[in-house]
Design a protein around this ligand. Structure first.
Ligand SMILES: C[S@@+](CC[C@H](N)C(=O)[O-])C[C@H]1O[C@@H](n2cnc3c(N)ncnc32)[C@H](O)[C@@H]1O
Length: 449
């Protein structure tokens, strides 16, 4: 799905003539950019236009199918062009170079600025993005020593726009086989989903995962316990995205239930019928085998030669009444298909290096499923750097960004403990922020600490 529409697209969607669409552009009702003699209309401008001119759009074509006929409107929502035209006033400098290798780097600084600088080099090259941003809670997060880790003070629509601005960049980084995973809580997750539908396309939505994050809570609030959060998953191009199907080992309880019998040679097993519905009119699977015909209206699941082989290998169980069934061994089971409720509880704060630090086994699952060895994995809200460590262990290239000084310190420590080489960079504003009120909020506090 292109992010820009042409006059031809709009003519088709709205069932208008080319002249009418051109007139709307010329009169300034429909915003468009003229590039090389041709007009390009940003999706958000198109949606604004159809939203304001409902009579024009017939048959509910207003939302151009990208966000299921709805779009989130709020104060201060910028258009895509404005967002992607941002140019940072600072620059990136190297703090510590571990190798000539360009990947495996951590950038200390605001991710919007760093992303906009890195985009030229890495456009379309990142196979997996996992992000766990602040959740717009209005809180301040400190570590165990009471040192400020990060501020989560951008809230409401300001928070949504903060994320949205980054999404436009992140979409550009994703390769054609890329996937983005976004971690968010239940208070804001549904708003964020609408924004992700808008930017990544609802047709690229893969899953909304409920992640069980902690043990049941027993608090006084008049509400059910809040033990889960959400991970939204989108492909850059659904169907082209890397998908290494992961399976979950069956628990002892599941094994006993699914494979209730015990074979002296092969261990736990169950049996399945050797026949399946549907009659074979003229073929091997409809013929008698060992003087037996498949039951009425059914056929053998295997050719008779294969049935004989299975029998010779002791993989067919005969009942007392002479009914054969196929033996299914537990040791050959591929494991259970992973569903969309995951239990990966985080370590309690007293055991964590960083507040809101996420479970590394969860990251392992994500990285294994949606990237390959050699893929570039990015986390631009890196926190304690779990994504970077796990990506390195799984032989992926990686790149992390965070603007918290605590995050920078912890990442240096953890990567060092794991003998992982990393190039460290810092994004710095060109102004002397120590004496400058322009440099406000969390960055200033963190840079000074
Ligand atoms: C929820 S925490 C991430 C925790 C991380 N997933 C972990 O397992 O440790 C959010 C992180 O986003 C960082 N952050 C917030 N705003 C940022 C920005 N504009 N640029 C870069 N990092 C930012 C914070 O410093 C914080 O470390």
């Amino acid at each position: 799905m292109p992010s820009y529409l042409t006059i031809r697209d709009i003519k088709k969607h709205l069932k208008l003539t080319r002249q009418t669409v051109s007139k709307y552009i010329q009169e300034g009702n429909l915003k468009a950019k003229r590039i090389g003699g041709k007009y390009f209309i940003a999706e958000s401008d198109y949606l604004n236009f159809t939203g304001e001119n409902r009579g024009i759009a017939e048959n509910g074509v207003t939302s151009k199918f990208i966000s299921r006929n709805c779009i989130l409107m709020y104060e201060g929502k910028k258009d895509e062009g404005e967002i992607l035209n941002y140019s940072p006033t600072g620059s990136i400098r190297s703090c510590h170079k571990a190798s000539e290798y360009p990947h495996n780097s951590f950038y200390f600084g605001d991710n919007r600025a760093v992303l906009s600088i890195l985009l030229e080099r890495l456009r379309g090259k990142v196979d997996l993005i996992y992000i766990d941003p602040p959740f717009g809670t209005g809180q301040i997060f400190s570590n165990l020593n009471d040192e400020l880790a990060y501020l989560d003070t951008i809230i409401n629509h300001g928070f949504l726009e903060f994320l949205r601005e980054r999404f436009f960049y992140l979409r550009e980084f994703l390769s054609e086989k890329g996937t983005i995973y976004l971690h968010i809580d239940k208070k804001l997750g549904h708003y964020v989903k609408i924004i992700m539908d808008e930017i990544f396309g609802s047709h690229n939505f893969i899953n909304e995962i409920t992640r069980v994050k902690c043990n049941p809570k027993n608090f006084d609030r008049r509400a059910y316990g809040n033990i889960s959060d959400t991970i939204l998953v989108y492909a850059k191009k659904y169907g082209c995205n890397i998908w290494n199907d992961q399976r979950e080992e069956l628990s002892d309880e599941q094994l006993k239930k699914l494979f209730p019998r015990f074979h002296p040679l092969h261990g736990r097993y169950t049996t399945n019928p050797l026949h399946a519905p549907g009659k074979t009119l003229n073929g091997d699977t409809g013929e008698p085998w060992k003087n037996l015909l498949p039951p009425k209206g059914r056929h053998w699941r295997y050719a008779r030669k294969e049935l004989t082989r299975l029998d010779q290998e002791g993989l067919i169980e005969w009942s007392k009444s002479g009914n054969p069934r196929k033996i299914i061994l537990a040791c050959e089971h591929k494991g259970a298909k992973i569903q969309d409720i995951w239990e990966f509880k985080d370590k309690g704060m007293s055991y964590s290096d960083y507040p809101t630090q996420k479970n590394c086994n969860m990251l392992k699952r994500i990285i294994r499923t949606s990237s390959n060895e050699g893929s570039i994995v990015m986390d631009c809200f890196a926190g304690a750097g779990g994504t970077l460590v796990v990506a390195d262990q799984l032989k992926r290239k990686w790149l992390g960004i965070d603007n918290s000084f605590q995050s920078y310190k912890i990442i240096r420590k953890i990567l060092g403990q794991n003998n992982i080489n990393c190039n460290y960079y810092e994004y710095k504003e060109e102004v002397d922020y120590r004496n400058c009120s322009k440099y406000s909020g969390s960055n200033k506090a963190l840079m000074m600490s």
